[in-house]
Design a binder for this molecule. Sequence first.
Ligand code: NA7
Length: 531
Amino acid sequence: MVVGAGFGGMYALYDLRRRGFTVRVFERGSGVGGTWFWNRYPGARCDIESMEYSYSFDEDLQQEWTWSQRYPTQPEILAYAEHVADRFDLRRHITFGTGVGAAAYDEGTDVWRVTTDTGEEVDARFLVLATGVLSATRVPEFPGLERFRGQLHHTARWPVDGVDVTGKRVGVIGTGSSGIQVVPQLAADAARLTVFQRTANYSISAENDRLTEEQIRDVRADYPAIREKARRSFTGSTVPINRQSALAVPEDERRAQFEARWKLGGFPFLGSYDDVMRDLDANELAAEFVRDKIRSIVRDPAVAELLTPDDHPIGSKRICVDTGYFATFNRSNVRLVSVRERPIEEITETGLRAGGEHHELDVLVLATGFDAMTGSFTRIDIRGRGGQTLAAKWADGARTYLGVQTAGFPNLFTLTGPGSPAVLCNMFLAIEQHVDWVGRALSTMREEGHDVIEATVEAEEQWTTHVDEAADGTLYKHANSWYVGSNVPGKARVFLPYAGGVGRYRKICDSVAEDGYRGFVLGRARAGTPA
Ligand code: NA7
């Protein structure tokens, strides 16, 4: 059984089915696409380039699908998901509109007993959670939220029919990637837009453009090599990192380099120099360059100062990639309200009170993020050996072996789970690698007469230590962010993804498989395969 029909679940279905397994998928949405099914807010766009942010498993697919822009929009990515579902005839094995509420491992039969929120009970030998890394939405407990009589929308639950804000007074809480993308779009239509910012964020202009026929042709001609290079790389991307140190070059040269990368747009800015993501002094030079850009774009110096990040290294939170975000604050209908020193006090029937002032609102948009990387797993009542819940096991921080399994939960696979590179690389690459690994493991087990696989506690402990050490060499721990779970009150502060490099991670996973699944115990189930 596979839970979720986003890009992870779709490829798991495709791969496991072609290996001859009987697969059933449950998806709570009414269609495929996962993240891109739910995040329909205006301006939603991927921050990875389209020709890389796509499946590589089928050569005809990657040759025939044509992306229109460098950074794909949500509608285009969703259209791609739907195309893949049709092309590979995936829908007949997906039950839509059905979430999985609970799953319990029966130690007597080595079977997962799964209960859906429509009341169905299904047994499965293997349970693959493809529930997404940024899918469990987070709504802060603002006093009075339930009283609000206007329209209330989380960016990741945006209505399919859209929201008409023409002539309306709109408030946005949150200035992460979602807030930064939605703000310019809402500002264009709303009568008044008020942005409630707690933490100023770095954002790099996307410099998005339409892809030319020549660009598409060049990538297609070289696709296999480009994909392979990405798989073996550190970041999962083919964008070159300048191997010089930012500290080793004269100031004018450094400025020219930052300027060139700024013009290139998006993530490549962080690769301006080799040490931007590793050395605080080098990082500060890049950060100051971006702060200067903000000051030069935003006309009101007081607003510019509020928008200028000062409490974390650039890139230590997921960098934002925007289209016209900072310039939006030059519009006369847009106001920035800092809720850093004086937090949001309450939501009222007609708006929001912050800093002693009441803001009248017709529409309130929550761009307040997700319980990332673990929330979509722990929100399901998953019980492994001895009835232990996954939520309880991970209460002090997620512990996994390779991010793909956790001890005490046999035959349960967490696709792109905590302890795997996941969000630190192109998600398609992460998904394909995990699904291929799981599929190969199940095929090998079938050949060898095994049907139970479980990570050992020792392997899990070693891997968890390794994940923690890998993060120590980076700047990620210097920020409060969803990478470390600090955006969710009460969540253990643990750096969740594996920061040791995508290529290295792949090699480790391959060597574990080649070594007879080192760190896993393989065995025979106590009862036959469930029907
Ligand atoms: P993020 O990046 O987690 O951003 C959430 C935003 O919401 C962030 O600015 C938060 O401020 C703000 N927030 C959260 N709670 C509050 C309260 N109580 N008061 C005021 N402001 C609040 O989520 P996104 O959806 O934007 O992006 C998630 C990822 O999706 C992104 O990184 C990309 O990879 C795609 P804070 O920074 O915590 O002060």
